[in-house]
Design a protein around this ligand. Structure first.
Ligand SMILES: Cc1ncc(COP(=O)(O)O)c(C=O)c1O
Length: 491
């Protein structure tokens, strides 16, 4: 299974590609019970949705509400609302639904005895793991572990995954300075830590990139740089940010400038690492800056980043919360980079339906218990869901499907961009599965109009429209999406 998930060998990859190309045009629909297109019966929101939203507003802040959904009636790539409307969903719960609404295989897993047990007897796995926890991890999460990684620390959300990875980086840094895992803490360290002072609470930092998004909790928020609204009023750590390459499109026409831009950013990363007043323990980076506007960089840039971090003894954390689990046409987006040495940690959440960080170096396990700990350390029930998702991905060859459907969709969008150059600017994500985006001068209007034609689509950053379909998005969905996009342009 691991080889199918990663498909690392070139011949395996090209054979799989050829057979999947054949199957793309003839592939059976994964969800035979999906409608042939969106069904719009009322304006959106319709009367039932308006009523239910008002009711919810009495007890819950609804100002970020996008669409109240009927999940029982949602199917495959289609999300249902309460008024009988069915929309093609290429936003998928902020990029977090992997294998379709009401997927029968997940339903089966949900009804298993193992799942019931995990749900009603939720363990605190750090203290009281169930006897089958190793089995659940080995047959699930660890089967999908990135190359070079055989350990996982589980968590509940993307922010938590990143924060625990940052903690592991700081502990590792100080352990190394102190002379290894067996060196004891000094009296001064233990007493100063209790009053949040150095040396017990050291002034170390995590370097992130401008426009990055790594979450909204205290530590992760200090590395988030996408929008002020997330950060305002919240005390932040004094941590550095480096420029992320601002690439120009089409890439082929700007190769030289883009290479120079990436070089400039890497030089700045190294300069910050060498000079920032709070020593940098780790660099955290998204393979594609997602919330910050779908900003891409080349594999060369990321290989360069790995070299810079290695050279300077700084850890590299790759945040695959949004890019992971197949959406870019490889199981992990960093598989596109051909790194000589793997990242030190890879964080995940969203399509995994659970969260955490993978690592390989045993020294990243803190030297004492309870240094990396919480009550739930994720949730075995969610780990079981991820296992069922992996089985579905393997059964239907969904990473390959996403790579090929993405190629097909990208080609269609290129054609549309030629016809509508003002509406589709800076098309990006070629060769990155369905992880495709473009800029639009009227982005917010576009996203709002989309609902009227039966399309649920999201934006990111200041002006990007981002596609985040599920892994069960097929060629016929791509055709429909292209039609709907053109229809919106004509509205
Ligand atoms: C790359 C990335 N990292 C971290 C997060 C935070 O994840 P969560 O919202 O689950 O805390 C997100 C959420 O969008 C993300 O896109």
């Amino acid at each position: 299974m691991a080889s199918i998930l990663r498909s690392s060998s070139a011949s395996l990859r090209s054979a799989a590609h050829a057979s999947a190309t054949r199957s793309l045009s003839t592939a059976a629909h994964y969800f035979p019970n999906e409608p042939s297109g969106p069904q719009i019966k009322t304006q959106i929101p319709g009367p039932n949705n308006q009523k239910a939203t008002a009711e919810l507003n009495e007890v819950f802040d609804i100002r970020s509400l996008n669409l109240m959904a009927d999940y029982e009636k949602s199917v495959g790539n289609y999300i249902a609302d309460l008024d009988g409307n069915l929309l093609l969903d290429v936003y998928a719960q902020i990029a977090s639904i992997p294998v379709g609404y009401n997927n029968p295989s997940l339903e089966k897993a949900a009804k298993s005895k193992e799942m019931t047990n995990a749900l009603i007897n939720r363990p605190a796995p750090g203290n009281f793991p169930s006897a089958d926890w190793a089995h659940i991890l080995k047959t699930g999460l660890l089967k999908a572990a990135p190359k070079g990684m055989n350990q996982v620390f589980t968590a509940s959300s993307g922010s938590e995954a990143n924060e625990t990875a940052y903690k592991a980086a700081f502990i590792y840094y100080r352990q190394r300075e102190r002379g290894g895992p067996n060196a004891e803490f000094t009296e001064e360290e233990t007493t100063s830590s209790m009053v949040n002072q150095t040396p017990g609470s050291p002034h170390l930092s995590i370097l992130s990139f401008k426009k990055a998004f790594h979450g909204r909790l205290f530590g992760s928020l200090s590395t988030t740089r996408s929008k002020p609204i997330h950060k305002l009023d919240i005390p932040a750590f004094d941590w550095p940010q480096a420029p992320f390459p601002a690439l120009k499109y089409p890439l082929e026409e700007h190769a030289k400038e883009n290479a120079e831009e990436e070089k400039r950013c890497l030089e700045e990363v190294e300069h910050i690492i060498k000079t920032f007043h709070n020593p940098v323990a780790a660099v955290v980076v998204e393979p594609v800056q997602s919330e910050g506007g779908d900003n891409h960089a080349s594999p060369e840039f990321f290989r360069g980043l790995r070299e810079v971090t290695k050279r300077n003894n700084v850890l590299l954390i790759v945040d695959e919360v949004q890019t992971g689990v197949g959406a870019t046409g490889k199981f992990w987006a960093h598989d596109h980079w051909n790194l000589e040495t793997p990242p030190d940690m890879v964080t995940f959440s969203k399509k995994a339906q659970t969260a955490g960080y993978y690592f390989g170096n045993p020294a990243l396990r803190p030297n004492k218990p309870y240094r990396q700990f919480n009550t739930w350390i994720g949730d075995p029930a969610r780990a079981l869901t991820f296992r069922a998702i992996l089985e579905e991905i393997e059964r239907l060859n969904l990473v390959e499907n996403t790579a090929l459907t993405g190629e097909y969709l990208y080609a269609g969008l290129e054609r549309l961009a030629q016809q509508y150059p003002n509406e589709i600017q800076n098309l990006r994500g070629k060769g990155q599965g369905t992880f495709i985006a473009w800029d639009s001068p009227t982005r917010d209007e576009f996203v709002a109009k989309a609902k009227t034609v039966g399309l649920n689509i999201g934006g990111s950053g200041a002006s990007a429209i981002r596609l985040r379909p599920m892994l069960v998005f097929q060629k016929h969905h791509a055709d429909l999406l292209l039609e709907l996009i053109e229809k919106i342009f004509k509205l």
